[in-house]
Design a protein around this ligand. Structure first.
Ligand SMILES: CC(C)(COP(=O)(O)OP(=O)(O)OC[C@H]1O[C@@H](n2cnc3c(N)ncnc32)[C@H](O)[C@@H]1OP(=O)(O)O)[C@@H](O)C(=O)NCCC(=O)NCCS
Length: 167
């Protein structure tokens, strides 16, 4: 399979269970199950959250959840099924999220991951994220988190001297 066979669409409520199971098995394993179907459903229905899914022949190959604030967006979850990794699915999801964030006027994207998750660390670096700080015990007091950021534009209000283009 190549990423060309993949389509990205927004999750709908019928996807909540599949996404929740992927979160349990691929992201939250060993940490308890926070993103169960009810919580994922709330996220799908939340107007400040985007939940894109990457599908191949109707089946979800990968998913993500990103919460939007005024200037910052928080990439909460992202996972790709093991059999479909390293084919560009994760990149397609991040590209879609970055495009959406730019359109929404977001200044920076933020995320945290288990500090020992070398694959995700390499992935996010390849996606243009920079490492910021390590937060000890972030995951239920057991595991530390690494925070990463991708800056899309300078933060702060648009300067009052700004004028629309006239040409
Ligand atoms: C991290 C994850 C989402 C990457 O998804 P993916 O679809 O395999 O990533 P892509 O194929 O789009 O990779 C894009 C680039 O990222 C980098 N990359 C991805 N996985 C990597 C790995 N295991 N080791 C090193 N670099 C990696 C590479 O530069 C890759 O480009 P290349 O394949 O041309 O070399 C996937 O491994 C995953 O689901 N992991 C478990 C869940 C998780 O850790 N989520 C993140 C924390 S919430």
């Amino acid at each position: 399979m190549t990423a060309h066979a993949i389509t990205i669409r927004l999750a709908d409520p019928r996807d909540a269970q599949a996404i929740a199971l992927m979160s349990r098995d691929l992201v939250e394993s060993g940490l308890g199950w926070k993103y169960d179907a009810a919580r994922v459903l709330r996220a799908i229905r939340d107007p400040d959250t985007l939940a894109p899914v990457a599908c191949e022949r109707g089946r979800i190959a990968g998913f993500s959840l990103m919460e939007f604030g005024d200037e910052r967006a928080h990439l909460v979850l992202l996972a790709v099924r093991p059999a479909q990794r390293r084919t560009g699915v994760g990149r397609r999801l991040v590209d879609w999220l970055v495009e959406s964030a730019r359109t929404a006027g977001i200044a920076s994207l933020h995320l945290e991951l288990r500090s020992g998750n070398e694959a995700a660390r390499a992935f996010y670096r390849a996606m243009g994220f920079d490492e910021t700080i390590v937060v000890p015990g972030y995951y239920r007091g057991r595991e530390s988190a690494l925070r990463m950021i991708r800056v899309l534009r300078a933060a702060g209000p648009v300067p009052y001297t700004w004028r629309p283009r006239t040409t």
